[in-house]
Design a protein around this ligand. Structure first.
Ligand SMILES: *[C@@H]1O[C@H](CO)[C@@H](O)[C@H](O)[C@H]1NC(C)=O
Ligand SMILES: *[C@@H]1O[C@H](CO)[C@@H](O)[C@H](O)[C@H]1NC(C)=O
Ligand SMILES: *[C@@H]1O[C@H](CO)[C@@H](O)[C@H](O)[C@H]1NC(C)=O
Ligand SMILES: *[C@@H]1O[C@H](CO)[C@@H](O)[C@H](O)[C@H]1NC(C)=O
Ligand SMILES: *[C@@H]1O[C@H](CO)[C@@H](O)[C@H](O)[C@H]1NC(C)=O
Length: 438
């Protein structure tokens, strides 16, 4: 009897000690992390690719992820007002990451992101834009260089590189098939598989108080005809007419973001786990996008009230003066010696490429600090509303499963604000045929 009692006590104790939840709640730090791509990591031009020595780097460019000290994770880490315990923050997000990287190593550099976040009480998740090819679409539609990216016909000419890329991006976003085989599905299946893997990961699966905040992306543009119709974001050059940021291009880019956000919202609904929530960050950027009516052409580069980057030079963080290096590129289509436009080799506006002699010059279409601060506010508000243990406002041990904050609402069907245009079919097969015919 005594032995049995001993045994029972021991067994009970073991169960208590083995409970990950118990370990989580007794921690004296608030463990959390940020997963995702360059919208989550930020894009530091400093770590390992320093141009002017300005310190914007978060972690010495660990795993070549270009993490930025002013992206929303580090801003929240520096803010001591929203947690009741010291933070133990893990910035796992990596510039250039595809959805795979959340579970798998990225190109031998960034280990699986879920292996870098400890046993978190909260994770943010902002990922999928690289799978959609947004970087390529920006490079081909907004920043093409003559003869290098093969810029030919302006959008929406179906024979132009821009329209072809927009078509490929839309095809992937709109593909709702759920066949997990490679090539037989689109964004929806890739996102839901990734979110399921995160929620089922050993680090969080038995923790009912854990919260996963799936963030959308911000719309880039204000819409409606205005000065942007006659404005180009590309480097100017006397020898070619770069594409303008027309209302149609703006509308169709925004529409793609709307559809991506609707899919993320639907994924969170469809996983059916109350620990996951969708946060639409786009409203935070109202009044601060490109082409706002109360801004002018110059503001698109040099006004910090525009919360998205547009070909800025590192010494201009914040950007200030058009009569500068970036000004030379934008206004004159030239670069100071020894850099020539052709040496950029098509990398202007390309998210993942530096440029010869220039290192990281440009961070187009990523949030500036105004945007990352606004995103941080949304996340902190959600964490407090959900009363995550360790966050200000939480009861000591409550498991607020019935929280009504930020419900995983779902839009009936991902609708498009513009009709789908009859783009010419542009498949990978078509590209291969061309390659092999040379
Ligand atoms: C910290 O977060 C709180 C709550 O969101 C916010 O009111 C405050 O402005 C932030 N402080 C800083 C320095 O960002
Ligand atoms: C764009 O330029 C054209 C030709 O110069 C002009 O007719 C048009 O009004 C301009 N559009 C806007 C919105 O400024
Ligand atoms: C872009 O706007 C400029 C005016 O700044 C105009 O001259 C040019 O024709 C426009 N380009 C296209 C392709 O419409
Ligand atoms: C553009 O080129 C002209 C002529 O070389 C020069 O005077 C001017 O300063 C340049 N503008 C910028 C913004 O660099
Ligand atoms: C541009 O890139 C191609 C292919 O990567 C390379 O062969 C070529 O040397 C590069 N040109 C310049 C000017 O850097």
């Amino acid at each position: 009897m005594q032995d049995l009692l001993k045994y029972s006590t021991f067994a009970l104790l073991s169960v208590v000690l083995a409970s990950p939840l118990n370990g989580v709640q007794q921690r004296d730090t608030f463990v959390w992390g940020a997963l995702g791509d360059s919208w989550a990591s930020g894009v530091s031009y400093d770590g390992g690719v320093s141009f002017d020595g300005k310190n914007t780097d978060y972690d010495n460019n660990k795993n070549e992820c270009l993490r930025w000290k002013n992206t929303y994770g580090p801003l929240m880490e520096a803010n001591t007002t929203w947690t009741t315990k010291p933070q133990d923050f893990h910035l796992a997000a990596c510039a250039g990451a595809f959805l795979d990287n959340i579970q798998q190593i990225l190109g031998y550099r960034n280990p699986p992101q879920m292996d870098q976040v400890g046993n978190p009480m909260m994770l943010t998740y902002q990922a999928g834009a690289n799978n959609c090819g947004f970087g390529t679409a920006v490079a081909k539609c907004l920043y093409p260089l003559p003869g290098l990216l093969g810029y030919d016909k302006p959008y929406p000419d179906p024979d132009g590189d821009c329209a072809k890329q927009v078509h490929d991006t839309n095809t992937y976003i709109n593909d709702m098939r759920t066949d997990p085989s490679y090539g037989f599905h689109g964004l929806y299946q890739d996102e839901i598989a990734t979110v399921r893997n995160v929620l089922g990961h050993t680090a969080v699966k038995d923790n009912p108080d854990f919260r996963l905040y799936v963030l959308g992306y911000a719309h880039f543009f204000n819409l409606g005809s205005n000065y942007c119709d006659n404005l180009s974001f590309a480097a100017l050059n006397a020898n070619y007419q770069p594409p303008n940021v027309t209302n149609q291009l703006r509308t169709d880019f925004n529409d793609a973001i709307t559809r991506v956000n609707n899919i993320l919202r639907k994924v969170v609904h469809d996983v059916g786990d109350p620990r996951a929530k969708f946060i639409d960050i786009s409203p935070a950027f109202n009044g601060h996008r490109f082409c706002e009516d109360n801004h002018n052409a110059k503001d698109q580069w040099f006004n910090n009230d525009v919360w998205l980057w547009n070909l800025n030079w590192p010494s201009q963080d914040p950007p200030t003066d058009p009569l500068s290096l970036a000004g030379a590129l934008i206004v004159n289509g030239t670069m100071p010696a020894p850099v020539s436009i052709s040496s950029l080799n098509g990398t202007v506006g390309d998210e993942m490429a530096g440029a010869r002699d220039m290192a990281w010059v440009m961070r187009p279409f990523h949030p500036k600090i105004g945007g990352t601060l606004a995103i941080a506010e949304y996340i902190m508000a959600a964490a407090m509303a959900d009363k995550i243990p360790g966050v200000v406002g939480s009861d000591s041990a409550a498991s607020p499963r019935e929280s009504t904050a930020l419900p995983a609402t779902i839009t009936a069907s991902p609708t498009s604000s513009t009709p789908h245009r009859p783009y010419r079919t542009h498949s990978l097969l078509y590209l291969s045929d061309q390659t092999f015919s040379h």
